[in-house]
Write a protein that binds this ligand. Sequence first.
Ligand code: HEM
Length: 170
Amino acid sequence: MAHANTSQPDPYTVRLTRLTLVWVLTALVLFPILAVLGLLMRTMQSGYFQAVPPEWFYAVMTLHGLGMVGLWFVAGMAGVSFLMARYVRPTLAVSWIAFGATLIGVVLLLAATLVGRLGVGWYFLYPLPFHSGGTWPGWATGTAPAARLEKPAAAPPTSSTPASPSWPPS
Ligand code: HEM
């Protein structure tokens, strides 16, 4: 006779699952917004919004490109953290700090691109960010790398406490 699996996930697992769902939800909210920015760029290239100054294309592209790459990086790390819970138990406080820092990074990126009109795209290619031709101010040049630094690994394994062998079911 088959027996129902009545084992309950332990509190760590419950908290990790909640945290991972927060990361997933954040990715699901941000992805469509960033994708719409991509469509907006193609629309601009096809001749619509001609009254919009051209530097806005590059500001939107910077927001879209850095946003997409950063988003998939942190969402991927959150997924890896979840799977790695089979073997190690990372300190969840670190992952919450990473989540808060990521939100700060998003705000900094929004400020650099939508307020400062930073349009460099690849902000790390020296000396590109330092030659704005008067398009974006110096603070916007510094804000993009700062936004990137806000995104550490979603949850670095700072504890090696072995995971419960009974969960997740293999
Ligand atoms: C989902 C729908 C997406 C749309 C409609 C879209 C659209 C675009 C468009 C129109 C550009 C400007 C290309 C150009 O004219 O040079 C662009 C650039 C870029 N996109 Fe996307 N994209 C999407 C998803 C993604 C994803 C998933 C990523 C990364 C994970 C990404 C990363 C980038 C980057 C890094 C650039 C800058 C490329 C450069 O510097 O030349 N995009 N995207």
